[in-house]
Write a protein that binds this ligand. Structure first.
Ligand code: IPM
Ligand code: MG
Length: 365
């Protein structure tokens, strides 16, 4: 019997709708090949939602997401909305509440250097090596982003801005398990990033990681690294890393750094997972307002996000593998959007839709 999957599609702002269109075409091709029906309900989030419905995360969008098994998200934000009060802007009024509301505590950001893109990386080929593959696991609903108290207190000129970095044992343990489990399925190497020489939350973080590692995940090699050192090691010798686990803010920073190794932010997808199979899947990069509307953005991060969705929310590993392989083949065949085009022999500069078509043509080859 044809399997029915229900997803919410939130294209968002900037290049979001353009790259989303390609991811949806890839899903059309998947439906044909894997006997499933991916029912899509569209909704607004971010700036477009502010413009059309008055707020960045409207109730209608929340309801549509709640009624779905997974959410495929574009990106949110842009200069048009930067004048709004911070809590009403696309990021703090849309994206962050969405993470909190759906309890998406585990954010997975794979930074993979496709073989034919080794030369596009910010690092020299001899440092990068062949086929770099790092998974950043970022805690997404606690830590410095979300803990209370938070805000600006008092009145000028004596105001204070407050952010708090708080983690409970439960929060640390559940994200640690996600990282250990991921490492177990990969190269069994986990680096937990903290700042235990300064931060109390990191001391607790380290203690819990060590205990879990010893008691339940002895098969995974666990080490701890201070965040400043980790940021240096990532560009000095990225090959030492398999899975990197971070607090929310550290993970925000290190995942951008890791994505630069892949050649372009336009290559990195992400999965934000709750307990169970519900997840929100989005490119790790932003809305690229400078090129929005021109049809030239790289759709690969959005397409790989759709692949993560099939893998994590629907356990369709074969279909997800097929998408990942098709992306690699299209790159091997020389197709390049502007962000990864260097004019080298064999490279063909293409627009967003042509890249989508190239990937679809490589599916199932
Ligand atoms: C990310 C982004 C967001 C974050 C912004 C847009 C709020 O940078 O997903 O990494 O900081 O988490
Ligand atoms: Mg970020």
């Amino acid at each position: 019997m044809t399997r029915q999957l229900k997803i919410a599609v939130l294209p968002g702002d900037g290049i979001g709708p353009e790259v989303m269109a390609e991811a949806l075409r890839v899903l059309d091709a998947i439906e044909r090949r894997y006997d499933c029906r991916i029912e899509r309900t569209f909704a607004h989030i971010g700036g477009i939602a502010i413009d059309l419905e008055g707020k960045a995360l409207p109730q209608t969008t929340i309801d549509i997401c709640r009624a779905s098994d997974a959410v495929l998200l574009g990106s949110v934000g842009g200069p048009q909305w930067e004048h709004l009060p911070p809590m009403e802007q696309p990021e703090r009024g849309g994206l962050l509440p969405m993470r909190k509301l759906f309890n998406l505590y585990a954010n997975l950001r794979p930074a993979i250097v496709f073989p034919s893109l080794t030369g596009a990386s910010s690092l020299k080929e001899e440092i990068l090596g062949a086929g770099l593959d790092i998974l950043v696991v970022r805690e997404l609903t606690g830590g410095l982003y979300m803990s209370q108290p938070k805000g600006i207190e008092g009145s000028p000129p004596n105001r204070v801005g407050v952010d708090t970095l708080r983690y409970s044992e439960m929060e640390i343990e559940r994200i640690a398990r996600v990282a250990f489990e991921a490492a177990r399925k990969r190269r069994k190497n986990l680096v937990s990033v903290d700042k235990a020489n300064v931060l109390a939350s990191s001391v607790l973080w380290r203690e819990i990681l060590s205990r879990l590692g010893k008691e339940e995940y002895a098969d995974v090699a666990l080490s701890h690294m201070y965040v400043d050192n980790a940021s240096m090691q990532l560009i000095r010798n990225p090959r030492q890393f398999d899975v990197i686990l971070c607090e929310n803010m550290f993970g925000d920073i290190l995942s951008d750094e890791a994505s630069a190794l892949t050649g372009s932010l336009g290559m990195v997808p992400s999965a934000s997972l709750a307990a169970g199979s519900f997840g929100v899947y989005e490119p790790a990069g932003g809305t690229a307002p400078d090129i929005a509307g021109q049809g030239i953005a790289n759709p690969i991060a959005q397409i790989l996000s759709a692949s993560l969705m099939l893998r994590y929310s629907f356990s369709m590993n074969e279909a997800a593998d097929a998408i990942d392989a098709a992306v690699a083949r299209a790159l091997d065949a020389g197709y390049r959007t502007g962000d990864i085009f260097f004019g080298r022999p064999g490279e063909k500069k293409v627009a967003t839709a042509e890249m989508g078509t190239a990937i679809i043509n490589c599916l199932g080859q």
